[in-house]
Design a protein around this ligand. Structure first.
Ligand code: PLP
Length: 372
């Protein structure tokens, strides 16, 4: 056996300081990231995170607990989440000829898409949009390109396609409706993007229950389209369930980077139960849509406040002195979202809550705007 050449390089004595060690071992692009910040909402009316304000109705809690009671928690859950997938198809939510990938929230599905992407390909999205696309791309070492939306937050398909070609985009995320702007991109613009990029278009329909527009039934028309949904915004944010529907060729590959038991047994059973009682969530979504119109109308008549029409369960609005307004609302017990740190200074975003919560918000906003 030949001797290996001895190395001249002697590793320096490792530091006793954890910060020095982290500096050496954590990739610079991770160190440069700002963590996803979730503000403490204790004691506040929580209108910052697009949660459904309504909980599970009292008469369903008993049956739900009974359904969970016998769950064998000593056993790993079904790795494929077959019960949920069957439920989604039986309910007509996903077409029978599409395959489904389940995630611990759609955030996890976004991560799986990125883990599987060919190295050297970029991730592209119109901006401003959902921040996790950029955060997760960077955390797995992918390049992220944000293409500014056209005036009125419209999707400019031509410029998106041009950017996709220039940066060799492998994944193009379109939130439909978009967060934080709330609008639904024009269907023909979305279609133009899908037809003219060689990357995979991920249509993120997180706000589907409030927009009721979808490409789900058109999956078969495009070889490079997948549709992503989540149960978070329609009432099960605490359960963490997202899903991706698409052709077998995509779903089978993505499934290889999914952790085997990513959706826990209690979540699986709860989602199966919720799907069997989905009229409850549908009725809550209808209430939220009606409240959205009421809140929009109320914002529209406030002086110097400019709300943007929304197809989601939140409303983006411009307001004078937005930072001060945000702080005053907080001290008045109302937590909304300031977009100053997300590239939209002067803009605030409020989640549509229950009638009582919305009234509290509107009252506090009027007081905050009144200089007297
Ligand atoms: C909230 C949101 C998600 C994340 O949903 P989870 O399923 O809770 O991870 C995905 N996409 C968009 C556009 C969102 O606003």
């Amino acid at each position: 056996m030949r001797n290996l050449p001895s190395t001249e390089w002697v590793s320096p004595k490792p530091s006793a300081n954890a910060a020095d060690r982290a500096l050496q071992l954590i990739r610079p692009e991770i160190r440069a990231l700002r963590p996803y910040h979730v503000p403490d909402a204790t004691g506040l009316v929580k209108l910052d995170a697009m949660e459904n304000p309504y909980s599970w109705p009292a008469d369903l809690r008993g049956p739900w607990l009974e359904f969970l009671a016998d769950a064998p928690l000593n056993r790993y859950p079904d790795p494929g989440g077959t019960g949920i997938k069957r439920g989604l198809q039986d309910a007509g939510i996903v077409p029978r000829d599409a395959q489904v990938l389940l995630g611990n929230g759609s955030d996890e599905i976004i991560l799986m898409l990125m883990l599987a992407l060919e190295r050297g390909r970029a991730v592209l999205a119109p901006v401003p949009t959902f921040v996790m696309y950029e955060l997760l791309a960077k955390s797995v070492g992918l390049r992220f390109e944000g293409v500014p939306l056209a005036p009125g937050f419209r999707l400019d398909a031509e410029s998106l396609v041009a950017s996709a070609r220039r940066c060799h985009a492998g994944l193009i995320f379109l939130a439909y409706p978009n967060n934080p702007t709330g609008n639904l991109f024009a269907e023909d613009q979305v279609e133009h993007v899908i037809r003219n990029v060689d990357g995979l278009v991920v249509l993120d329909e997180a706000y589907f229950p409030f927009a009721r527009r979808t490409f789900m039934q058109r999956l078969g028309d495009f070889p490079n389209l997948v549709v992503m949904r989540t149960l978070s915004k329609e009432g099960l944010a605490g359960v963490r369930l997202g899903f991706l529907a698409g052709a077998r060729a995509w779903i089978e590959e993505l499934d290889k980077v999914r952790l085997p038991y990513n959706v826990n047994r209690l979540s699986q059973l709860t989602v199966e139960f919720a799907l069997a009682h989905r009229e409850v969530l549908a009725a809550q979504a209808a209430l939220i849509r009606a409240e959205r119109e009421r809140v929009f109308a109320a914002l529209s008549v406030l002086p110097r406040v400019h709300p943007w029409p929304s197809d989601a369960n939140f409303i983006l609005f411009e307001a004078p002195d937005a930072d001060r307004l945000f702080a005053r609302l907080c001290s008045d017990g109302i937590l909304i979202k300031s977009l100053a740190g997300s590239g939209l200074p002067g803009y605030l975003r409020v989640t549509v809550g229950s009638t009582a919560e919305n009234d509290l918000f509107l009252g506090a906003l009027e007081r905050a705007l009144d200089p007297s």
